[in-house]
Design a protein around this ligand. Structure first.
Ligand SMILES: [Zn+2]
Length: 296
């Protein structure tokens, strides 16, 4: 009897020791370089390494967001062709940053050509200034909203004002209640480093406007797919950061004092908090103090 129990324990021990190897392998080199997943009928998320793109298939046409870069765009084109043979009529830049908006020519060519390139009006200057051969300028622009007719369904593009950039759009697929938003919101992550190019109060203003759109699911430009609640949590984070930094600026704290004293513990388990939260404070401080003319 005792002997049997001991054997069973030994057996369990051996199993527990054996388990970590495959788990570690899955978390390491086995993460595929890219993947395409359906988030709703005819609505797809294409991930390339740490960047995420998005495409929508209608009865007559496809809208493809963010070619990412020329290497990714070649794979992205093949992935679109794997699920549909309908023409890609629009390639849409979520915003002008090169890591999301490069490779449109490769994506167009790989899907048969003839696509219009769409971006917000506000993106044009930045793209012209970059003058990158990998980043052809848009052929269609819009000020506030634009509706793309894919046949049997539409995709709405909304410019919600400055946030992470001054020219980001949010896409909405009304019939699937899916949105696509890049860089200014992510699933339970703080902002990127010291918030280069960011805008306050535009950041919180545009998240509020985004929450006025009718969506249940949101595909982010980085990280996992989220829901409405994830966007609410982003609003809470950016609101709390902006408020804390404005109070610090008004109280006459220096940037170093603000960076040392401001903590938002309820977001401490968020992605990037440990490495980037203090940088978020510093970046927000410079932007807000600069705008209020009270920076030191
Ligand atoms: Zn960006």
């Amino acid at each position: 009897m005792i002997r049997t129990v001991l054997l069973a324990v030994v057996g369990l021990g051996a199993g527990a020791l054996a388990a970590p190897a495959p788990v570690a392998a899955l978390q390491g080199g086995d993460t595929p370089r890219f993947e395409t997943t359906a988030v709703a009928e005819g609505v797809y998320r294409f991930r390339w390494q740490a960047h995420v793109a998005f495409f929508v298939v209608g009865e007559r046409a496809v809208a493809a967001f963010d070619p990412l870069n020329p290497e990714a765009a070649a794979v992205y084109a093949r992935e679109i062709r794997r699920v549909t043979d309908r023409p890609v009529r629009w390639i849409v830049y979520s915003h002008s940053d090169a890591d999301h908006a490069s490779g449109a020519a490769v994506l167009a060519e790989g899907t048969g050509g003839g696509a219009e390139i769409v971006a917000t009006r506000a993106a044009v200057d930045d793209i012209m200034r970059r003058a990158s051969p990998d980043q052809p300028p848009p052929t269609v622009t819009f000020e506030r909203t634009l509706s793309l007719d894919l046949g049997g369904r539409t995709v709405e593009l909304h410019y919600l004002g400055p946030n992470h950039s001054d020219n980001s759009l949010v896409a909405l697929v009304p019939d699937a209640r899916v949105a696509f938003a890049v860089d200014f919101v992510n699933a339970d992550r703080v902002g990127f480093r010291d918030l280069p190019g960011w805008h306050f109060p535009g950041q919180t203003v545009s998240i509020r406007r985004m929450l006025g759109l009718d969506f249940d699911t949101v595909v982010f430009g980085h990280g996992p797919v989220g829901d409405r609640a994830a966007v609410f949590r982003q609003l809470e984070y950016w609101d709390a950061l902006e408020r804390a930094v404005r109070d610090a600026v008004r109280a006459g704290w220096t940037e170093d004092e603000a960076a040392a004293r401001i903590r938002l513990e309820r977001f401490a388990d968020w992605g990037g908090y440990e490495d980037w939260f203090e940088l978020n404070v510093r970046g927000a401080y410079r932007i807000i103090a600069g705008a209020e003319g009270g920076g030191r």
